[in-house]
Write a protein that binds this ligand. Sequence first.
Ligand SMILES: Nc1nc2c(ncn2[C@@H]2O[C@H](COP(=O)(O)OP(=O)(O)OP(=O)(O)O)[C@@H](O)[C@H]2O)c(=O)[nH]1
Ligand SMILES: [Mg+2]
Length: 440
Amino acid sequence: MQSLTLPVQKHALMKNAMLKSLGYKYFRTLRINYINVIEFFTRKYAPENLFAHAALKVYREKFLAKPQEYFYPNDTENISRILRKMTRHKFRNFLLVDCLNICAGDNRDIAQEILGDFCSVRDRKTFRRIFAHFYDDNNEKLPVLSRNLVKQISLWDSIRNFRNKPTRKILFTALMSAGKSTLINALVGKIITRTQNEACTGRIHRIYNKPINDGFVSTLENNLVNINANEKQFLDLDSDSSEISVFTFFDSYRSDNFRFCLIDTPGVNFSASSKHQHITQNEIKSGDWDLLVYIINAQYIGTTDELQHLKFVRENVSANKIIFVLNKLDRYRTDDDNIPETISKLRANLEKIGFKSPVIFPVSAYAALLTKLEKITKLNDDELDELMLINMKFSKFQEYDLSRYNQTENSQENLDSHELLQKSGVLNLEKFLTGKDLTL
Ligand SMILES: Nc1nc2c(ncn2[C@@H]2O[C@H](COP(=O)(O)OP(=O)(O)OP(=O)(O)O)[C@@H](O)[C@H]2O)c(=O)[nH]1
Ligand SMILES: [Mg+2]
């Protein structure tokens, strides 16, 4: 699976300082010609490559002030002239790096063809060494190159190396509104799946991490790739397709050690439609995941619906592949509720149903989400108020330090991190999910 990552932020052609020195008109033509060459190789060697087409679209949008002004020359003579010009241009090495990674990817044969076309204009040692670096020997010493280009090559290296990392597929299931989507957003560190109090998630969302933070949320839906998707496209808005894949960088503890796929499923007890239940049950039965995270809403423990779903899970999933998350503990009232007691009662109940020594992570997904969101956006007034209240409650009473109740081997390591994230219990969960071993 492609990680749909495109390192564009530090790209040489994004530097507007150059605009001043080169002049607007020249820079605009240069950018169009640059994209023309990538399009030329896409048409010639990778006409079916969805990533290449999506990357071209992003380059048009990002490099050109008016993307609609972009044009591709329709006679061969013109495109050959542009190719000759660009393979001599000072950005030629940058361009080769892009053409190889965008149009050829892992396909060495296509990469070889592209190299051949570059060298047919003028055979250069640097071209061959860049090729060798990507396709023959990752340690191939590169000649002295500009700092920008070295940075760009190392970003592509991270993207390429990511493909060899171990994968972890983690399925989240629960009744409606238990906080599956909120927990996933908290792990990822941004709003990537919609959350609200009514039935919300209506199809399977697969959320993949990206090897670097390229600033884009990308989607794959019905074979359509969109590298720079807008919110409408990745949030769950009345779409016909039964599932959507979303790709984004995770602001999560050590998530770069793995290729993660977090699977968000619809709540199983949506009374208006049994479709949701079928979608989720089929996903669970497919067994195409490594760990199942069962979320329980601490405000409604022990309902009939819950019992039914727990039984379904017990019958269809082997016990060493399940962990439980007790969510919404920030809603507990100090006078009426008792967190340690709730946890031990839940443990006893789960054992009664047939889960031996269940692993339980008590959390407040919402507290963790707000803590992470605060770093990247301006929270609205309601969110700020809620964050302040949770903060006060969690620092005043020891029993709200949710990290105390759970000490799995993976979660023991101490680290400096935001205190509320630690207390929310979600950091413990992150340490577990990114730990050496997922087996229980
Ligand atoms: N206070 C509090 N609210 C939470 C927490 N987690 C989720 N919520 C809220 O609970 C509501 C439902 O959360 P979702 O994440 O949409 O629940 P879901 O399990 O994905 O629901 P469906 O997709 O409909 O099955 C939202 O309003 C969330 O803001 C939490 O830890 N604390
Ligand atoms: Mg949901």
